[in-house]
Design a protein around this ligand. Structure first.
Ligand code: SAM
Length: 387
């Protein structure tokens, strides 16, 4: 292993991470471990070899639901995949991606036995780099064995093969999964490839899909001399993003509802006074697209006097704000639903018109009820009534 790492040298970062995790697949490495409380009911069936080689820092599997198709980035020994397999059930699927052959071997070694114990086989492990989920590296390596690159002509054939594989048989296609998970891996991707990594997470999720990511973040910028240290890189330190930068990366990739759902108070490690701790972030895909007016509105319940979404729209507590169908659907589902009242029009709109989402406006109660509405009712004493 090199003694210093040129900061942001993609090849050097990849190599230092590969060597470290190959060794960690052979024998447990205490320095890479971070205590996590997984739901014990899902651990009972896992072999010791997988439990001992747990290099996660959180439990994103808790965000999986029955029937989900789930992608686990940097699946390591397969623990999160096998936990998630039990949560999503026979109707769901789990795909683990890792670039390390030794980790993939470890995860696959137990697949048959675990499928028999669980009662179904809904897990698969694929070889690839998580910042480039379009390329199936396992398939490419197999192709290279019979098509080695040795001259300009074979180089051209190789490049054409890579392009064809990306187009026709991507490792993970567009809009392919309901949920992207990752446990302590994003920090291992070089800084220059981090933007692409978040864009890849966004690309593979279907509209309405979500990401749940546990990772290590720093409370201050990591200085260059620490970024040049291969031990610190592969040890989940050098590539840790700052807390705010980490959240913003999801927003920049196009996600909405980005939330820090867990932040460990106690740092996992402190290096030169910089605290490195585990956080778990959830984020949603689906705010892109056209805005149509269906005469719908929302009321922000509080507790703050006002709040803004990532696109700058302002919601004042108690105010009826006119929203397009897309925003209405977003604000009345997870993760926003608990903060908003949904106001639907008394009569559905048959011919919706384009809605200008640039500046939100209030919507008078009369607009929702209809100008002609003049009902007078008795006191309501039904199950939802107030007496
Ligand atoms: C800290 S371990 C976490 C493993 C697993 N998620 C867990 O909870 O035990 C990091 C894993 O990510 C893999 N990895 C690191 N960088 C990667 C990359 N760019 N693409 C794919 N896998 C990567 C490593 O090979 C290793 O298996």
């Amino acid at each position: 292993m090199t003694t210093t790492l040129p900061a942001n040298d993609v090849t050097a970062v990849t190599e230092s991470v590969r060597q470290r995790y190959s060794a960690a697949a052979e024998a447990p490495e205490a320095l890479l471990c971070c205590p996590v409380d997984y739901d014990p009911q899902y651990l009972k069936i896992l072999p010791d070899e997988i439990l001992e080689k747990d290099y996660g820092c959180g439990d994103p599997s808790a965000f999986a639901r029955p029937g989900d198709t789930v992608l686990d980035l940097g699946s390591g020994g397969g623990k999160i995949c096998y936990i998630t397999s039990q949560i999503v059930g026979a109707e769901g699927r789990v795909i683990g991606v890792d670039m390390n052959d030794d980790m993939l071997d470890l995860a696959r070694r137990h697949q048959g036995d675990l499928a028999r114990t669980i009662g179904y086989d809904n897990v698969e492990f694929r070889k690839g780099r998580i910042q480039d989920l379009g390329l199936d590296r396992g398939a490419l390596e197999t192709w290279l064995q019979s098509n080695p690159v040795s001259d300009p002509a074979s180089l051209e054939r190789y490049e054409a093969q890579v392009a064809a594989m990306r187009r026709e048989t991507p490792l993970v296609g567009d809009d392919a999964v309901d949920l992207v998970l990752s446990n302590c891996v994003l920090n291992l991707v070089s800084d220059t490839e981090k933007k692409q990594l978040f864009e890849e997470i966004f690309r593979v999720l279907r509209r309405g899909g979500r990401a749940a990511i546990s990772d290590i973040v720093a409370d201050e910028p990591v200085p260059d001399h620490m970024k040049s240290d291969p031990e610190l890189w592969s040890g989940c330190i050098s590539g840790a993003m700052e807390e705010e930068e980490f959240l913003q990366a999801f927003v920049d990739a196009g996600f909405y509802g980005v939330e820090m759902v867990k932040r460990d108070e106690t740092p996992w490690r402190t290096v030169e006074g910089i605290e490195f701790r585990s956080v778990t972030i959830t984020a949603w895909k689906g705010k892109q697209g056209e805005c149509w007016d269906h005469n719908e509105a929302v009321i922000y319940r509080g507790p703050f006097r006002e709040t803004r979404d990532d696109d700058g729209h302002l919601y004042r507590r108690g105010e009826r704000v006119a929203v397009c169908r897309k925003t209405f659907e977003i604000l009345t589902r997870e993760p926003y639903a608990q903060y908003f009242e949904a106001i639907e029009p008394r009569e559905p709109v048959e011919e919706p018109t384009p809605f200008d989402c640039a500046g939100l406006q209030t919507r008078h109660a009369r607009q929702s009820k209809g100008l002609e509405y003049d009902a007078t009712t008795e006191v309501s004493c039904g199950p939802d009534g107030c007496c």
